[in-house]
Design a binder for this molecule. Structure first.
Ligand SMILES: [Zn+2]
Length: 347
């Protein structure tokens, strides 16, 4: 099909081979952010005939798009480091010769996803691209992230695509500090993050709810190591979704990391692949009655098989009709979950 026409397929899937060329292992053998992560996702989805989704190549972002969120000096710094052969930014974050180009496609895919969704070409889409973005602050790359893909897509939607309000849910197990910083003082972007704490990067305290005109538009929900589906789904259903519904977003974006999976080597939460599908159903049920678009952008997830299975279950969930399971009919919350939710509402 040609761009611009509504697709009859369940969703849009953006990928690009340049994203396989970014490989931090060149600088640090054993680094967990590998191209094999994307290869595992793509091989699993290919076996499932891509769930019938419409596959598109992610275009490279233009520099003015990067500068929707990032300072020109930051953009030039990453570009020059990469084109000069690469190097380390911090002990976790590396740039190689191919990294700038990979990052341009990761940002460009998120922008193109926002454009397609806001133009009504599809109601749902996913970016299977890397490097991920949610740790990248406006003037700093960190935590494997160079540019903040999801934040740039949100800003593009507001400045150029007619969105009045954007809701970003970050269910990566690490706090999305970069996205939080980009929108800390803004009331047109509601940002909600569920993340293990303590854990890298150490930000995202419950009491941090944004600042100035953005106060109340940041929802940080730290959870302890060992937290599983019961707590995560309770927070989604009882805190995140009601807040998002009241916000009435024109576009919903998910920083979709899958490193809260029980098999992930970088964290200690206990979600299963089916847990991500359940979170996805709740988000789908938020957007569908109002006919609002939903875009998911890959962040972390470092056990390739668990990542691939979780992505496939998530995409099937957002493209499917199975209803979300309400925890309201379940036995009472564990005391820890209840205390956590109570603390949030008491603020
Ligand atoms: Zn993560």
């Amino acid at each position: 099909m040609s761009a611009g026409e509504p697709t009859q397929k369940p969703g849009l899937y953006f990928s690009h081979p340049a994203c396989l060329e970014h490989d931090p292992r060149v600088h640090m053998p054993g680094h967990p952010d590998t191209p094999e992560r994307l290869l595992a996702i793509e091989s699993s989805l290919a076996t499932a005939d891509w769930l019938g989704w419409d596959r598109r190549l992610a275009p490279a972002a233009r520099e003015h798009e990067l500068e929707l969120v990032h300072g020109a000096r930051h953009v030039a710094g990453i570009r020059e480091l990469s084109l000069g052969g690469g190097g380390a930014i911090d002990p976790d974050t590396f740039v190689g010769e191919a990294s700038y180009r990979a990052a341009l496609h990761a940002v460009g895919g998120a922008c193109e996803l926002a454009r397609a969704l806001m133009a009504g070409e599809s109601r749902v889409g996913f970016c299977g691209l890397r490097p991920s973005g949610h740790h990248a602050e406006p003037d700093r790359a960190m935590g494997f992230c160079l540019f903040n893909n999801v934040a740039i897509a949100a800003e593009l939607a507001i400045r150029e695509l007619g969105a009045g309000r954007v809701f970003i849910l970050d269910w990566d197990v690490h706090h999305g500090n970069g996205t939080a910083e980009a929108f800390r003082r803004r009331s047109d972007v509601l940002f909600a993050s569920i993340h293990q704490s303590p854990l890298y990067p150490g930000t995202g305290a419950l009491a941090d709810m944004g600042s100035g005109p953005g106060e109340g538009y940041t929802i940080n929900l730290p959870v302890a190591a060992g937290s599983g589906e019961e707590l995560w789904l309770s927070l989604i259903e009882r805190v995140v979704i009601p807040a998002a519904r009241a916000f009435e977003p024109d576009l919903v974006l998910v920083s979709a990391g899958f490193d809260a999976h029980e098999r992930d080597p970088l964290a200690n939460c206990r979600l299963r692949s089916s847990s991500f599908a359940e979170m996805a159903r709740h988000v789908r049920d938020l957007v569908q009655p109002r006919d609002r678009p939903l875009g998911l952008v890959l962040e972390g997830g470092y056990e390739p098989a668990a990542l691939a299975e979780s992505v496939e279950r998530t995409l099937a969930a957002v493209g499917g009709k199975e209803p979300a399971r309400s925890t309201a009919a379940e036995p009472p919350l564990s005391s820890r979950a209840a205390a956590h939710i109570g603390r949030y509402w008491a603020l």
